[in-house]
Design a protein around this ligand. Structure first.
Ligand code: PHE
Length: 339
């Protein structure tokens, strides 16, 4: 019986030695030490031995069990150590590899300049209003004192959708829409897209942006208009920038003016950007025509107001020194990345 025990032990130790993972080890443990395992069977068979031999045999069996158990434990530890070493090797991170920068988007230059303009007018107590791009002839022309057959219609080559509906040629129709909805005091700017049937070149685009301004209250004067616009220009282009007003004509303002700022590129000395005049035209403005107030249901005997309209593209080009309006609409990523 001792020989058989020896055989079992040798066999068990040999297969433990060859085991490659902990599953195999577990199978070996069950095979030898489990309830139906070989060693357990062996113990059961001991009942047939004469009582005097049993204690010695029992001790031998226990010794064999302990040696198999400790071999299992040692092998298990070895396998775990090996797999840890392998995992550490597999998961090595090379911290010296160059990193990959995530690509960040940015705001379009038109959006950046619009945000700045909006901030400046917020600072003076203005709110933002909006109007539709597909507009009625009534709001775009009629209520702005530009009746059918008025020559001013010819200066704005209009995309008509039908006789009464068009793509707005300026943001001024929002003046009437705001007046219809709001009682004075009114103090708003209206940024938005406008359309004119112009051929594309460095200074023209059939789609561009305007920002309208409208202030209506008691005792508003031309002085208020000049003050607000002068502050705007100084905050936009710098405290040293000067402005001037030239008489002009718009059917919806009276009196009307165009406002220039002195050229920021040459500081007024004269250069290519300002066509050697030292001045750059920035916007059109004037006192809201009494007829326009009436169209907006506001009594011109009680209220006066001023309005202005500027091209966002023109101002953006001035801010960044861009000399071709097309760049703003082509969305060439090499151009846009510069902002
Ligand atoms: N709507 C005019 C234009 O597009 C600009 C303007 C607005 C002039 C408000 C006076 C008052 O040219």
């Amino acid at each position: 019986m001792g020989d058989r025990l020896n055989l079992i032990q040798q066999e068990a130790l040999a297969s433990i030695e060859q085991a490659k993972d902990s599953n195999v080890l577990e199978e070996i443990r069950i095979k030898y030490l489990g309830k139906k395992g070989e060693l357990t069977q062996f113990l059961r068979g001991m009942g047939k031995l004469p009582p005097s031999e049993r204690p010695i045999m029992g001790q031998l069996v226990n010794k064999t069990r302990r040696s198999i158990e400790s071999a299992l434990t040692r092998k298990n530890e070895a396998i775990e150590r090996e797999s840890l070493i392998k995992r550490l090797k597999d998961e090595t991170i090379d911290v010296t590899l160059p990193g990959e920068k995530p690509q960040l988007g940015g705001l379009h230059p038109l959006t950046k300049v619009l945000n700045k303009i909006t901030d400046i007018f917020f600072g003076m107590g203005f709110n933002v209003a909006e109007g539709p791009e597909v507009e009625l002839d009534y709001y775009n022309f009629e209520a702005l004192n530009i009746p059918k057959n008025h020559p001013a219609r010819d200066t704005q080559d209009t995309f008509y959708i039908n006789e009464n509906v068009l793509l707005r040629t300026h943001t001024s129709p929002a003046q009437i829409r705001v007046m219809e909805q709001q009682q004075p005091p009114i103090k708003i700017i209206v940024p938005g897209r406008v359309y004119r049937s112009d051929a594309v070149d460095a200074t023209h685009s059939p789609i561009f942006y305007q920002i309208e301004g409208l202030v209506i209250d008691k005792n508003i004067t031309m002085g208020d208009l000049k003050g607000v616009l002068d502050i705007f220009i100084k905050r936009m282009f710098g405290e040293r920038t000067r402005t001037r007003f030239r008489p002009h004509h718009f059917p919806f303002t009276e009196p009307s003016a165009e406002m220039d700022a002195n050229c920021t590129a040459c500081e007024g000395r004269g250069c290519r950007i300002c066509s050697n005049t030292g001045w750059i035209e920035i916007l059109g403005a004037g006192m809201v025509h009494p007829k326009v107030l009436e169209y907006g249901n506001i009594d011109p005997n009680d209220y006066t107001g001023f309005a202005f309209g500027m091209g966002l593209d023109r101002i953006t080009n001035l801010v960044y020194g861009i000399d071709d309006i097309r760049l703003l609409y082509e969305n060439d990523i090499r151009f846009l990345r510069q902002f």
